[in-house]
Design a binder for this molecule. Structure first.
Ligand code: C5P
Length: 240
């Protein structure tokens, strides 16, 4: 890296950068968090870790002063979702995802009550193409359903949505300034794309309206995850 670029590398975490701990065991997740050190302050714990000891890990991360995003995509009858959201709120975790159906979103918002837990709606899974939606009985395209569900998330009192970089501008426009727009599918120019076919750079995702980016393998698979995270943060800092 050139000296001028090195001078811009921040030495602290960017609170808008979320790193997913996509590993099977809490032990591997702890090792990753230790390798990243103070370069990241926000971690995502998904279903893979949930199936082992993800909640214990989440509590440990909170005790270390980190922010925690539980990506569990709740989807059940309203009473169950409401109770689950209330229990998650008690844990002190920061973000939880729910499927973007009106009943589910409203129940999660009721469940978190006055806590600081943020409810994020998953509008349409990016694995679903228009043909898949037709097979499931939806008459809309994925794009139209995303837009409908952003409106419904706002109406239900959700704090934000998960959006691809290509949907971030729409979510920001509909949700307004304080709406959370959390964007996976982010790849710096210098990293492998892996299976993220339509990735955007960290800077472009923020410029498009993301409030937070989820960026995993460019950091977690790097030889030096700490340095890679600071490099991503340096790029994010250019967005202001
Ligand atoms: O390593 P990578 O940056 O691709 O990790 C992205 C994370 O965001 C993973 O945890 C993945 O499951 C999640 N995600 C995604 N695309 C979506 C929704 C979630 O990549 N549409």
């Amino acid at each position: 890296m050139a000296a001028a670029a090195l001078a811009q590398v921040p030495t602290t975490a960017d609170a808008r950068l979320i790193v997913p701990l996509d590993v099977p065991t809490a032990g591997e997740a702890r090792a990753m968090v230790a390798a990243i050190g103070d370069a990241v302050s926000f971690y995502k714990v998904g279903l893979e870790l949930f199936a082992t000891d993800g909640m214990a890990l989440a509590r440990e991360l909170k005790a270390q002063g980190k922010q925690v995003f539980l990506d569990w995509k709740l989807h059940d009858i309203p009473t169950t979702v409401q109770r689950a959201a209330a229990a998650i709120a008690q844990s002190g975790c920061d973000f939880i995802t729910v499927h973007g159906e009106p009943q589910v979103m409203a129940a999660a918002v009721r469940g978190r009550g006055a806590s600081s837990l943020k409810i994020l709606a998953v509008t349409v899974l990016t694995s679903l193409a228009d043909e898949d939606l037709a097979e499931m009985g939806y008459a809309e395209t994925a794009r139209a359903l995303v837009e409908r569900r952003i409106h419904q998330a706002i109406a239900a009192g959700c704090d934000g949505v998960i959006a691809s970089p290509h949907e971030a501008a729409l979510a920001r426009a509909l949700g307004g300034r304080d709406f959370l727009v959390v964007t996976p599918g982010v790849r710096p120019d210098w990293s492998a794309k892996n299976d993220q076919a339509r990735a955007a750079t960290p800077l472009d995702a923020l410029k498009a309206g993301a409030s937070h980016i989820v960026c995993g393998r460019p950091i977690t698979a790097a030889n030096d995850p700490h340095a890679a995270a600071l490099r991503v943060a340096a790029e994010m800092a250019q967005a202001g």
